[in-house]
Ligand binder design. Structure first.
Ligand SMILES: *[C@@H]1O[C@H](CO)[C@@H](O)[C@H](O)[C@H]1NC(C)=O
Ligand SMILES: *[C@@H]1O[C@H](CO)[C@@H](O)[C@H](O)[C@H]1NC(C)=O
Ligand SMILES: *[C@@H]1O[C@H](CO)[C@@H](O)[C@H](O)[C@H]1NC(C)=O
Ligand SMILES: *[C@@H]1O[C@H](CO)[C@@H](O)[C@H](O)[C@H]1NC(C)=O
Ligand SMILES: *[C@@H]1O[C@H](CO)[C@@H](O)[C@H](O)[C@H]1NC(C)=O
Ligand SMILES: *[C@@H]1O[C@H](CO)[C@@H](O)[C@H](O)[C@H]1NC(C)=O
Ligand SMILES: *[C@@H]1O[C@H](CO)[C@@H](O)[C@H](O)[C@H]1NC(C)=O
Ligand SMILES: *[C@@H]1O[C@H](CO)[C@@H](O)[C@H](O)[C@H]1NC(C)=O
Length: 693
C-alpha cells in the first residue's frame, strides 16, 4: 500500500541522519512526536519526529517548537555516551526500542554491549485526584544494568537549560539550589516575571525545578556554562557541587542545572529518578461571580505550604505514581482493546497525555475548577467547541472533570457577564478567563448551544447528578429556545470547523441543534422543574417535527449510494456526519436507524488510505470527528476507519505533537489551512469508550 512505502521511505531518509534509527523498534507505533514531559499547557516537552524517534542526538522541544534543553549522558568504565539531547561530544548509545503507554514513554538503549539503559518518562494522569493532577511536574527514570554479565562502573548525568523558562533566550534568569525532605533541587526563573502572561505560548511567570534524590552518590552543579559542566562530568563522572552566582541571560554561555549519580559498580538494576516541572502559585485569572476577575491559585497550594514541599511530595511519590500509572495504563489498554482492537489501543493511548496536557486545575474561593487551553489554534481558554470534541475522555475517566470544565462557563454567564441569548464560545485567552462582557466573542451560536446542552446532559446521566440540570435550567432553556429558532434552518454561520468558513443550512450543524432540542426533553424530565412533563413533551414534539424535516432537507437519496449533504440544497456535497454521535451518547435513539446505515455504507465508498475527508470543500480531514463517526458506524466500517487513522498517525510526514487537521491524501498539515498541533481534541479518540454500555 502507498502508505507503507511512504513510511519506509521516511524512515530510510531519517536513517541516513541518525544511523541508529533502523535498530530501534517502536511499539505500538512511532508517533509524529513523542511526549516526554507533558502535564499542562506550560509543561509540554516532546521529542519531535525529525529525530526519527531516537532520543540521543536531538534537543527536546516545547510543543510550540522552542528548544527545552535536556541532556543525558551515561559513563561506563570511564567512557561517556549520549542518551538524550543534542550536546556535541560523546557518541550516542544505540536505541533498541521505544514503547508508549497512556502515561509513559519508554526508551531502551544498548551501551557498547556492556550496559542496558532504560529511560522512562512518566507524566502522571489523575482523573480522580485533582490535587495530584494540579502539580505541573513530570518524572524521568534512568535505570541501568549489566548486559554482558560483568560488573561495570556506571554514572548517569542529566541537565536542563534555562530555555524551559522562556521562549526568548535573551531574557535573564536567576537560580538557586536546595534540599528539602531528602530531595535535592535546582530552581530557576525569569528575573522579571509577569503573572498571567505568555510569550510564544510559554509562561512568563513561575519557578522551574529540576530535582533528584539527595543520596550519597549524587553531585550537582548550578548555573555554570553548559560545556563547562558537561566536560566536568565527562572527565570525572561527578560534579563539584558549586553554584555560579552570576545570573545572566539564558543564552549567555547557557547556564545549565545538572545532576550526576554515581552507581559505582553495577551488575543488577540500579536507577535514578529526576523530576522536572513548574510551580505557579497563581494559575488562572477568572471572571466568575464577582465584580472583578480573581486570581485563582493552584490546587496543590491548598495542601502544601510551599512549592518546595509540593515538589518533594511529588518526587518522593515515584513508587506510588508508577503503580497508579500502570493500573491506569492497563485499564485504558484493556477497555480500548475490547472496544476497538489494537488499532484503537494505539490511538487512545497516544491521546491521553496530549488531552490532559491542555488542563490547569485551579482553586477558587467558591469552588475548584478545571480550565482548558485551546492549544495552537489560538490559545483561547475554555472554548466550548474544543471541550466538546475532547469531552469523551473525561466522560470515560471521570465525568466530574467535565462538570469542572463546564462550571466556569456557567458561572461567568449566569452572573450576568455575557449579553447574548446563545452560549458563549470561550472565556478569553489562556490564562485569562475574563469572558466577553460586550458579547464580542467568536459567534458559533448553534454549535455552542448544542454542545452545552449535550455535554450537560451527558454529565448528568453519567454522574447521576440531576440537580445540575435544575441548577442551570434557565440558561439551558434559553439556549434551547435559541435552537428551536435556529437549528432546523441554521442561518449563515460558523460551525466548529471554522477554518473551512461560514455556511448556511449546514446539515451536520442542524443535526447537532436538533439533537440538542431533543436532549432538552430529557433535561426537563430529569431536572425536577415545575411543569417538567409539559415542557418535556413540547421539546419532544418540536424535535420530532424537526428530525422528520431534516431527513428530507439534508439527505440526497438519489445518489448511489445515498448520503447526507454538507448543506441543504447542495445535493452533490457531502460531509462527515459526526454530530449524530450525540444521539447514541445520550441514549436517545432519536435519529432513524436508516440514517446510520446509510452513512456507514457511504463512508466505505470514500475511505482513503489516511481516512475520510471532512467535507467536499477541501481535501482536509479531522481525526477527532472521524472517531466520533466511527463510534456509531457499522463494525466493519468502524474497523476500517480506525485502521486508516492509525495509517495516518504512522504515516504522516508531520513531525510535531499530533495534529487533528490534515490533508487526507498526503497526511501533511492541511494545505491552505491552519497548522494545528497538540490540540486537546484528541480526547475525542475516546468516543467509543464514552458511549453508554
Ligand atoms: C577509570 O579511571 C580510573 C581513574 O583514572 C581508573 O582508576 C580506573 O581503572 C578506570 N577504569 C577503567 C575500567 O578503565
Ligand atoms: C552502536 O552500534 C554500532 C553498530 O553495531 C556499533 O559499531 C557501535 O559501537 C554501537 N555504539 C554503542 C555506544 O553501543
Ligand atoms: C530570583 O531573584 C529574586 C529577587 O532576588 C528572588 O525573589 C527569587 O526567589 C529568585 N529566584 C530564584 C529562582 O532563585
Ligand atoms: C453569585 O453569588 C451570590 C452571592 O454569594 C449568590 O447569591 C448567587 O447565587 C451567585 N450566582 C452564581 C451564578 O453563582
Ligand atoms: C426566538 O425567536 C423568538 C421569535 O422571533 C424571539 O422572540 C426569541 O427572543 C428568540 N429566542 C432566542 C433565545 O433567540
Ligand atoms: C436554507 O434552506 C431552506 C430550506 O431548503 C431554504 O428555504 C433557504 O433558502 C436556504 N437558505 C440559504 C441561505 O440557502
Ligand atoms: C405537537 O405540535 C403540533 C404542531 O404545533 C401540534 O399540532 C400537536 O398538537 C403537538 N402535539 C403535542 C403532543 O403537543
Ligand atoms: C430518503 O430515504 C429515506 C428512507 O428510505 C426516507 O425516509 C427519506 O424521507 C428520504 N429522503 C428524501 C429526501 O427523499
Amino acid at each position: 500500500m502507498a502508505t507503507r512505502n511512504l513510511l519506509i521511505t521516511a524512515l530510510s531518509v531519517l536513517g541516513a541522519v541518525a544511523p541508529a534509527a533502523s535498530t530501534s523498534t517502536f511499539s505500538p507505533l512511532r508517533p509524529p512526536a513523542i511526549p516526554l514531559a507533558v502535564r499542562s499547557p506550560y509543561l509540554s516537552t516532546w521529542l519531535n519526529g525529525d529525530s526519527g524517534g531516537i532520543l540521543p542526538g536531538s534537543w527536546p522541544h516545547f510543543w510550540a517548537d522552542e528548544i527545552t534543553g535536556w541532556q543525558g549522558f551515561i559513563r561506563v568504565d570511564n567512557v561517556t555516551y549520549n542518551w538524550m539531547g543534542g550536546a556535541p561530544g560523546p557518541s550516542p548509545v544505540n536505541q533498541t526500542s521505544f514503547e508508549y503507554t497512556s502515561t509513559k514513554s519508554i526508551f531502551t538503549f544498548d551501551v557498547d554491549g556492556k550496559v542496558t539503559l532504560t529511560a522512562t518518562f512518566l507524566s502522571p494522569i489523575h482523573p480522580n485526584d485533582l490535587v495530584r493532577q494540579s502539580m505541573q511536574f513530570s518524572y524521568l527514570q534512568a535505570a541501568v544494568e549489566s548486559s554482558d554479565g560483568a560488573a561495570h562502573d556506571v554514572q548517569i548525568y542529566s541537565d536542563v537549560s534555562g530555555e524551559w523558562a522562556s521562549s526568548d533566550a535573551s531574557n535573564t534568569i536567576n537560580w538557586s539550589n536546595g534540599l528539602n525532605d531528602g530531595v535535592a533541587y535546582h530552581k530557576f526563573a525569569l528575573s522579571q516575571p509577569t503573572v498571567f502572561s505568555e510569550e510564544s505560548d510559554m509562561a512568563k511567570w513561575g519557578d522551574w525545578y529540576f530535582a533528584t534524590d539527595a543520596n550519597s552518590g549524587v553531585t550537582y552543579r548550578t548555573g555554570y556554562p553548559d560545556t563547562d559542566t558537561r566536560t566536568q562530568f565527562i572527565n570525572n563522572g561527578r560534579l563539584d557541587n558549586q553554584i555560579d552566582a552570576s545570573y545572566r541571560a539564558i543564552s549567555d554561555s547557557w547556564p545549565v542545572f545538572a545532576f550526576a549519580q554515581d552507581f559505582g559498580s553495577v551488575l543488577t538494576e540500579e536507577d535514578v529518578v529526576f523530576t522536572i516541572g513548574l510551580a505557579q502559585e497563581q494559575v488562572i485569572n477568572f471572571q466568575g461571580n464577582s465584580t472583578n476577575p480573581e486570581a485563582l491559585t493552584a490546587l496543590w497550594s491548598t495542601v502544601y505550604s510551599s512549592a518546595e514541599d509540593c515538589l518533594a511530595a511529588f518526587h518522593n511519590n515515584w513508587d506510588v505514581e508508577m503503580h497508579d500509572a500502570s493500573i491506569l495504563d492497563s485499564k485504558i489498554h484493556n477497555d480500548a482493546y475490547d472496544a476497538g482492537g489494537q488499532n484503537y489501543v494505539s490511538l487512545t493511548t497516544l491521546a491521553v497525555r496530549q488531552a490532559f496536557g491542555s488542563l490547569q486545575v485551579a482553586h477558587g474561593t467558591r469552588q475548584n475548577y478545571i480550565f482548558l487551553k485551546e492549544i495552537s489554534s489560538d490559545g483561547d481558554i475554555q472554548t466550548v467547541d474544543v471541550i466538546f470534541p475532547a469531552h469523551p475522555i473525561f466522560l470515560y475517566l471521570n465525568p466530574e472533570m467535565l462538570r469542572l470544565l463546564l462550571d466556569p462557563l456557567y458561572e461567568n454567564q449566569e452572573s450576568g457577564h455575557y449579553p447574548n441569548p446563545w452560549s458563549i464560545h470561550d472565556l478569553g485567552f489562556f490564562p485569562n478567563a475574563v469572558g466577553y462582557p460586550n458579547g464580542n466573542d467568536e459567534a458559533m451560536p448553534v454549535e455552542e448551544c448544542g454542545n452545552m446542552i449535550i455535554m450537560t446532559l451527558a454529565y448528568a446521566l453519567r454522574s447521576g447528578n440531576h440537580g445540575y440540570l435544575m441548577q442551570h435550567w434557565p440558561l439551558l432553556d434559553q439556549w434551547a429556545q435559541f435552537l428551536v429558532n435556529d437549528s432546523l434552518i441554521p442561518d449563515y454561520q460558523l460551525s466548529t470547523d471554522d477554518f473551512a468558513g461560514a455556511l448556511a443550512n449546514q446539515t451536520n450543524l442542524a443535526l447537532k441543534g436538533i439533537i440538542g432540542v431533543r436532549a432538552m426533553a430529557e433535561v426537563a424530565g430529569l431536572s425536577g422543574i415545575v411543569n417538567a412533563n409539559q415542557i418535556s413533551t413540547q421539546y419532544l414534539n418540536t424535535s420530532t417535527q424537526y428530525i422528520n424535516k431534516w431527513t428530507t432537507l439534508g439527505v440526497n437519496n438519489a445518489s448511489n449510494p445515498p448520503h447526507t449533504t454538507l448543506a441543504y440544497n447542495e445535493p452533490d456535497s457531502h460531509g462527515l456526519l459526526y454530530n449524530i454521535y450525540a444521539d447514541k451518547l445520550l441514549g436517545l435513539n432519536f435519529v432513524p436507524e436508516w440514517v446510520y446505515s446509510m452513512q456507514s455504507n457511504f463512508y466505505s465508498t470514500i475511505l482513503g488510505d489516511f481516512g475520510l475527508p471532512l467535507d467536499t470543500r477541501h481535501d482536509w480531514a479531522k481525526s477527532d470527528w472521524q472517531v466520533f463517526a466511527a463510534a456509531v458506524a457499522k463494525t466493519d466500517v468502524q474497523d476500517a476507519m480506525l485502521e486508516r487513522l492509525v495509517n495516518f498517525v504512522e504515516g504522516t510526514p508531520t513531525t510535531r505533537p499530533l495534529t487533528d487537521l490534515y490533508d487526507v491524501t498526503t497526511g501533511e498539515f492541511a494545505t491552505g489551512g491552519p497548522t494545528f498541533i497538540n490540540r486537546p481534541v484528541v480526547g475525542g479518540f475516546f468516543a467509543l469508550l464514552a458511549l453508554p454500555n
